[in-house]
Design a protein around this ligand. Structure first.
Ligand code: NAP
Length: 283
């Protein structure tokens, strides 16, 4: 098998973003008289969530962002979790707040997200952040994974303007905000989802194809327009290890450029979280 596509190296692009952010953190710390601060809230003991939060905190340390970590038990009452959010909202040393999702059963994640101060909403999930983004207003904070996708496209030299873009997935975390970002960049955007009648036909239109469905190898080579740029957001743990939503090896024979899993979008999510924390600290 020959690999026709250019591989978009998310690790390398993320390292560039982190280096830029580290410089900005140094300047900002001098201006503010304190380092920018990110609060992380890990509720309960979900092992995957614990790994994600640890990586985020380590990445903060590397660039000089101070991290404030809270680890309430999984059975914390909703009111106590809301009180913690209120305390973090009020803390002047904290510029960003990240509440790792999913929350344990019994807790209302929407209510927790709605309680975040939008100025500290570094995951870009509050209704205020989502509303500003959907209006094309740059004042709000943008979810990290979709902004990481845009950064990867820019580094790959792919201009969305006038391009046919297809996103598979319509979650609040990835698909919907990415729709707004690609539309804002003047792409003609289609969003596919689980009720899309003919996914292959829709995907084959795409010059930019983003897979964010959480279904291992859902996007096959036959669904890809030759030469398309394929961004694989999916991270699926299978018996074969971590795989994306794209059937990578055959897809790479058809695509013009493609992100691997791991090493594509994943590292960008953390890099953009650091970037958002600096943006939040600037106010
Ligand atoms: P999600 O909330 O489960 O949303 C999945 C979306 O995909 C839904 O809109 C769903 O459609 C659609 N979908 C599911 N099966 C489909 C199918 N067979 N055909 C077409 N569409 C289908 O997931 P998410 O939070 O957006 O995450 C998506 C994937 O990205 C997951 O694998 C997740 O682990 C990964 N992810 C990775 C990163 C990273 O940093 N690399 C960050 C975030 C997420 P309906 O709306 O109709 O149900």
């Amino acid at each position: 098998m020959t690999l026709a596509a250019t591989v978009i190296d998310g690790k390398a692009v993320a390292a560039e973003v982190r280096a830029r952010v580290a410089g900005e953190v140094t300047e900002l710390a001098a201006e503010l008289g304190r380092p920018p601060g990110l609060a992380t809230v890990l509720v309960g003991e979900d092992p995957a969530s614990a790994i994600y939060v640890r990586r985020k905190r380590e990445a903060c340390e590397e660039v000089g962002i101070r991290s404030f970590h809270h680890e309430p038990p999984g059975d914390i009452p909703q009111e106590e979790l809301l009180a913690l959010v209120a305390e973090l909202n009020a803390n002047d040393e904290i510029d960003g707040i990240l509440c790792q999702l999913p929350l344990p059963g019994g807790l209302d994640a929407d209510e927790v997200i709605n309680a975040l101060d939008p100025a500290k909403d570094v995951d870009g999930l509050t209704p205020s952040s989502a509303g500003l983004l959907s209006r094309g207003d740059p004042a709000g904070l943008v979810p990290c994974t979709p902004s990481g996708v845009m950064e990867l496209l820019a580094h790959a030299g792919v201009d969305p303007s006038g391009a046919e873009a297809v996103i598979v997935g319509r979650s609040n975390l990835v698909g919907r905000p990415l729709y707004s970002l690609l539309l804002g960049a003047d792409a003609t955007v289609t969003t596919a989802h689980s009720r899309t009648a003919d996914l292959g036909e829709v995907c084959r239109r795409a010059e930019i194809l983003v897979a964010a469905a959480g279904r291992p190898r859902l996007v096959t080579a036959e669904m890809i327009r030759p030469g398309a740029t394929v961004i694989d957001v999916g991270t699926n743990r299978t018996d074969d290890g971590l795989v994306g939503d794209v059937d990578y090896a055959p897809a790479a024979e058809v695509a013009g450029a493609i992100t691997p899993v791991p090493g594509g979008v994943g590292p960008m999510t953390i890099a953009m979280l650091l970037d958002n924390t600096v943006k939040a600290a600037r106010g």
